[in-house]
Design a protein around this ligand. Structure first.
Ligand SMILES: C[S@@+](CC[C@H](N)C(=O)[O-])C[C@H]1O[C@@H](n2cnc3c(N)ncnc32)[C@H](O)[C@@H]1O
Length: 280
């Protein structure tokens, strides 16, 4: 059947959420809506393992005391908070996101952690040793930071939401200093049974039910489909290479459901002085 506004069920295009793509304003509105249940659902869906994966991502960023790090699409801030412990004392972590509701949760969580650290260690000591942890509004496709402003940039479970993956990865590479790392933590589709069978069952049947229980079926229809349309590890590595990164590698964990990619920005050209020696 053809006719105004439609087509048959067979010919009608699937809604954008079912294809795993949504226009940017809808992605933002969706995360604003689910911000209040996001942490709880994350914990239920991963049996709490997401903290472990974020720790591995923070390790791969290879940052230390005094470094400045950017966590893109930071959401409720868990990866940024994990990174903060690596850059103290004297460092800074900026968590950036375009959902104000997710950022509000991140700020509340960070403030609660600072208060409890102050309670344990004494306010003065905690303030001296704690790194700066800031959460700011920013679109990952147009990061409001200068070239080379950070020692590393990370993104956890955010890249698959970028409406233009290459552009988001290029932005993460741009804001990192020569020699700095870009780390991408993302869900990926396992290729081999039994995990591939479990994964299909989990994402196609269980996750949408969790979404309904959470009162947002669109969001939790979008999630499995956004994972399915996201490139497999070699495809994401190719996007990182197009962004000019080198030494790109990835680690698969959780039976192949989670991929951690890391690449480095090439160190700048070696500067030599007129007499051929390297300035110190
Ligand atoms: C699945 S959540 C991940 C949050 C967090 N990084 C974590 O590890 O749990 C995806 C986040 O990406 C953000 N996001 C998606 N596209 C974005 C964009 N273009 N710019 C900034 N944030 C974006 C959403 O607002 C949301 O907070």
């Amino acid at each position: 059947m053809t006719g105004s506004g439609g087509g048959s069920a067979a010919s009608r295009p699937a809604p954008a959420a079912d294809r795993g793509t949504l226009p940017e304003p809808e992605v933002r509105a969706m995360f604003d809506r689910i911000a209040r249940v996001y942490d709880l659902i994350n914990t239920v869906m991963t049996a709490g393992l997401h903290h472990q994966w974020r720790r591995r991502a923070a390790d791969l960023a290879n940052v230390g005391s005094g470094d400045r790090v950017l966590d893109v699409a930071t959401g409720t801030g868990d990866l940024a908070i994990e990174l903060a412990s690596r850059v103290a004392p004297g460092g800074e972590v900026v968590g950036s996101d375009f959902s104000e509701e997710m950022l509000a949760r991140a700020r509340t969580k960070a403030a609660a952690l600072t208060d409890s650290a102050a309670g344990r260690a004494g306010a003065t000591l905690a303030r001296r040793e704690a790194p700066e942890l800031r959460f700011e509004w920013g679109n990952a496709l147009e990061l409001p930071y200068e070239d080379g402003a950070f020692a590393a940039s990370t993104v956890g479970f955010g890249a698959r939401n970028f409406s233009d993956l290459d552009r988001g990865v290029a932005e993460m590479a741009r804001v990192v200093k020569p020699g700095g790392r870009v780390v991408i933590l993302e869900i990926t589709t396992p290729q081999k049974p039994p995990l591939s069978t479990f994964f299909r069952l989990w994402f196609d049947r269980i996750v949408p039910v969790i979404g309904k229980l959470a009162g947002d079926s669109q969001a939790y229809d979008y999630l499995p489909n956004s994972v399915k349309r996201f490139p497999e590890p070699p495809g994401l590595a190719a996007s990182m290479a197009r962004a000019g990164l080198e030494d790109i590698r990835w680690i698969l964990t959780a039976g192949g459901i989670i991929a951690l990619h890391v690449g480095s920005k090439p160190a700048g050209p070696v500067v030599t002085s007129a007499n051929g020696t390297r300035p110190r």
